[in-house]
Design a protein around this ligand. Structure first.
Ligand SMILES: NC(=O)c1ccc[n+]([C@@H]2O[C@H](COP(=O)([O-])OP(=O)(O)OC[C@H]3O[C@@H](n4cnc5c(N)ncnc54)[C@H](OP(=O)(O)O)[C@@H]3O)[C@@H](O)[C@H]2O)c1
Length: 333
């Protein structure tokens, strides 16, 4: 048996528990060129909310009854794939919220548990860390003289972005929800300043923290936070559009920033998807692993126990109730 969490109905706005259903599927059997993966941990991703909706985005909507999108780390069982042997520890991007999956290896890679524990390969050394690495370094092009601002700075992607920007010598300001997250961002992650976007005087605090303006904004959230960042952008600034979580459950179209300033300030705004940058995977893992071993990249994981807890943990994450990567530990581990 393979227990799975599937889409029971499409959410309006924030998902509710009854949008999900726990079902028992058949144990998948690997065909030629495939292997079976027994999941130890699932990594929950905001992108799952995009796919739960009816609109087509960069990926087609999940059909009703489809397994919810998410990553997993686990051990290879039966294998008919030449590069993956039984017993290998592997991280798979398209594994889904279930106990087992079958992979053709296209979006999977072996991990080295001597470098970091399995769960870290879903966070700082996994999709979140690689998104931060590619988005900041390749898309954003930070310079040591830059003031970099990152939103959702205490989250899985944002916490890695802030630390990599510090490694590159930038002055880094993190935006996060609440004083506990803001303290974490400066005291544990080592960013230069943090600003709570729930504060009544958020705009003034952000302007004070960015007294020389903003050269690079790494946008994880869009919406009102982005609109507050926008007027502080310096000429020739760069905006990396990584995620727009404030709009994933939106029931009405969002108001945009002042696009005329794109022209007057000669800004570059660039969206990206990690999946288009597979060729950077090896370099990203090598650098991130080294920085992790040196203690220069830290990550937190928020772990819940058991597949049935995944929907509630996911809904909490969408509301900011997480610090770092949200994981589910499965009983198969
Ligand atoms: N482009 C790519 O290839 C790619 C790959 C992976 C992830 N992403 C995107 O990166 C972003 C971060 O993903 P993650 O996995 O690291 O999640 P995360 O940051 O660990 O968790 C999501 C965080 O978003 C913040 N948030 C939620 N609603 C918000 C709102 N209305 N306004 C401001 N902040 C809000 C919350 O933090 P606060 O408590 O601080 O509000 C929450 O903790 C997401 O938008 C995701 O879709 C993109």
């Amino acid at each position: 048996m393979n227990r799975q969490i599937v889409l029971a109905s499409r959410p309006e706005g924030l998902p509710a528990l009854d949008n999900f259903a726990l079902v028992s599927g058949d144990m998948p059997v690997p065909g030629p060129g495939q292997f079976l993966l027994a999941h130890h941990y699932l990594g929950l991703a905001p992108a799952a909310r995009i796919r739960m909706g009816a609109a087509r985005s960069y990926a087609p909507p999940l059909p009703i009854g489809g397994v919810i999108y998410g990553q997993a780390v686990g051990r290879v069982g039966a294998s008919r794939h030449p590069q993956f042997q039984e017993g290998d520890l592997v991280v798979s991007t398209d594994a889904g919220w279930q106990e087992y999956s079958v992979s053709d290896g296209a979006r999977a890679s072996r991990i080295d548990a001597a470098i970091a524990p399995e769960r870290v390969w879903l966070g700082a050394l996994g999709v979140s860390g690689l998104t931060a690495y590619v988005g900041l370094l390749d898309v954003g092009g930070p310079r040591a003289t830059d003031t970099v601002v990152v939103s959702a700075a205490a989250g899985a992607v944002g916490s890695a972005v802030g630390q990599i920007a510090r490694i590159k010598g930038c002055r880094v300001v993190g935006i996060a929800g609440g004083s506990a997250k803001c303290r974490y961002v400066t005291q544990e992650l080592g960013l230069d300043a943090s600003v709570d976007y729930h504060a009544a005087d958020f705009a003034r605090q952000l302007a004070d923290a960015c007294h020389a303006g903003i050269d690079l904004y790494f946008d994880n959230v869009g919406g009102a936070v982005r609109d507050t960042v926008w007027p502080l952008m310096n000429d020739f600034g760069r905006v990396v559009v990584c995620g727009q979580i404030s709009e994933y459950g939106a029931t009405a179209p969002a108001a945009g920033p002042g696009w005329f300033s794109l022209l007057t300030k000669r800004l570059s705004v660039r969206g990206f998807l990690l999946r288009d940058h597979e060729e950077r995977h090896a370099a990203a893992v090598a650098d991130m692993s080294r920085w992790y071993r040196e203690g220069r990249i830290k990550g937190r994981e928020q772990i819940v126990e058991g597949l049935e807890q995944a929907p509630a943990a996911f809904i909490r994450m969408l509301q900011g109730g997480n610090l770092g990567k949200t994981l589910v530990r499965l009983t198969t581990s």
